[in-house]
Design a protein around this ligand. Structure first.
Ligand code: NAD
Length: 476
């Protein structure tokens, strides 16, 4: 994907890290301690499929254990390799610190094209991979907690959780060994769409920041902004759907692995998603222009570009031609270090991956806490909250009637005010709060320091500072 004169993904992450630490005053040696990846475990295992043994290669990398458990998704893709997994694990460390999820960073991957296998085969492969990691405590509720990533979802997480429970029958917290599970198997409401929802909240936070908008040359609200999204998977689909259906954005372009759709009038995200689910391809979608060279649309005219597929897609070969004034990195590492420099010089504002896609790990954190507390959020207080609100409404209505004023509370107000928060409302509230708080902490550095001219450096400064504080507290 990257031109050969570009650094690897891992080097790209390190270069961005180095640019930030050059502006910090860390004790000697701590910078390297934070930067390096603590350990990467490679596993090769065989599974008997279709009459012969097939050998698979997988990885689990632990970047930093300044907090435990360490956390990070498991990716299923043919391009998975040690370098990529280590880069992604490093990003997890910085991401968790930035959004104050109390985890170290980790990541896993399996070299596999999941589309080549049926459900039963994928279950066998996933269970075997999980077995290899569980027996080495590389999946464990107290030490290392995976989640979904590219090519995996709640189904794979449910298999992993079940495998852990089979191997640890007396661990009462076993279900917390992995997050992103289905709600009927220990998951939490709102996790599936959490990363896309987080992208939406991140953009809302950005559009409340007048100084930030000015730097990008943008004005007004999200309403009417033209969006191009790459990758209509879990993250891209939910982000595009929420932005178009709830914030009035116009999704004018959708890029998938086999082409791109373009329509200035705005695409129906759900219809495209359903088309792909049914036909397995974006091509042939009837109501838009389809271009075979999908990646070309990354250079298309729009207000917001959302790369939500894979790393390195905006690189030295196309960065100069990217027209979007605002890029939000929904995927991990979609902009290489070289492209980042070109875009910064052009004045493009980039909302960095470690913040933009942190919604997933944030809601994973809520799921983990729910699993450890063995009770769904809101279960104890919801009815009590509703009863107290009912008291206020009854009293207001009595006062209004007794005084003869005759005020009526609108049915809409009553309905909203009387309804106590359930799990989904609490998850959304926690996610919104997390994304807003983290944005403010980055923006304070971005706008407040003369030597910081981009959000990525600001994000690194905030998160490295937190990781360093953790190490200092440990006496390191
Ligand atoms: P996914 O597998 O659900 O979706 C990926 C999508 O990208 C698919 O629709 C796929 O067809 C498409 N795609 C693949 N190659 C492409 C190409 N060359 N051009 C255009 N589209 C292409 O994966 P996901 O979970 O949505 O993850 C996407 C990105 O978001 C990854 O970088 C991942 O690390 C990151 N991320 C995911 C989560 C999460 O909760 N799932 C959390 C944080 C970050």
């Amino acid at each position: 994907m990257n031109p050969s004169n570009e650094p690897s993904f891992r080097d790209s992450v390190d270069m961005m890290f180095n640019r930030a630490v050059a502006l910090m005053d860390l004790p000697p040696g701590l910078e390297e301690k934070i930067r390096v990846c603590n350990a990467t475990y490679t596993v090769r295992f065989g599974v008997r499929l279709r009459g012969k043994i097939q050998t698979f290669t997988g990885y689990r990398s632990v970047h930093s254990e300044h907090m435990e458990p360490v956390k990070g998704g498991i990716r299923y893709a043919m391009a998975v390799n040690q370098n990529e997994v280590e880069a992604l694990a490093a990003l997890m460390t910085y991401k968790c610190a930035l959004v104050e999820a109390p985890f170290g960073g980790s990541k896993g991957g399996l070299c596999i094209d999941p589309r080549e296998y049926d459900d039963h085969e994928l279950e066998l492969i996933t269970r075997r991979f999980a077995y290899e990691l569980i027996k080495r405590d590389m999946i464990n509720p107290a030490q290392n907690v995976p989640a979904p990533d590219m090519g995996t979802g709640e189904r794979e997480m449910a298999w992993i959780a079940d495998q852990y429970k089979r191997m640890n029958t007396t661990d009462i917290n076993g279900v917390a060994c992995v997050t992103g599970k289905p709600t009927n198997a220990g998951g939490i409401q709102g996790r599936t769409e959490a990363t896309g929802r987080g992208v939406q909240y991140a953009l809302r936070a950005f559009f409340r920041d007048e100084q930030g908008k000015k730097k990008a040359g943008l004005e007004g609200k999200l309403d009417g902004k033209r969006v191009i999204v790459q990758g209509l998977g879990n993250v891209g689909y939910h982000a595009a759907k929420f932005l178009s259906q709830e914030d009035g954005c116009k999704v004018v372009g959708i890029i998938e692995r086999d082409g791109a759709l373009h329509d200035e009038a705005g695409l129906d995200v759900d219809a495209v998603y359903q088309w792909i689910a049914k036909h397995g391809t974006i091509t042939g979608y009837p109501s838009a222009n389809c271009e075979a060279d999908g990646a070309k649309l990354l250079e298309g005219e729009c207000d917001i570009l959302i790369p939500a597929a894979l790393e390195g897609v905006i690189n030295l070969s196309n960065a100069e031609r990217v027209q979007a004034p605002l890029i939000i990195e929904a995927a991990n590492g979609p902009v290489t270090a070289g492209a980042d420099e070109i875009l910064r010089k052009k004045g493009t504002v980039i909302i960095p991956d470690m913040y933009a896609n942190a919604g997933g790990v944030t809601v994973s954190y809520f799921e983990w806490v729910k699993n450890l507390s063995h009770i769904r959020f809101g279960r104890m207080q919801r009815r009590q909250e509703e009863a107290r609100h009912q008291l206020v409404v009854d009293e207001l209505e009595r006062l209004s009637s007794d005084s003869g004023i005759g005020w009526q509370l609108s049915p809409n107000f009553k309905e909203q005010y009387l309804r106590g928060a359930g799990e989904l409302e609490l998850v959304r509230s926690g996610l919104d709060d997390t994304m807003s708080t983290a944005y403010d902490s980055m923006a304070a550095v971005w706008h407040g320091r003369d030597d910081v001219d981009d959000l990525r450096t600001a994000a690194y400064l905030v998160s490295i500072d937190k990781v360093a504080a953790s190490y200092r507290a440990k006496g390191l």
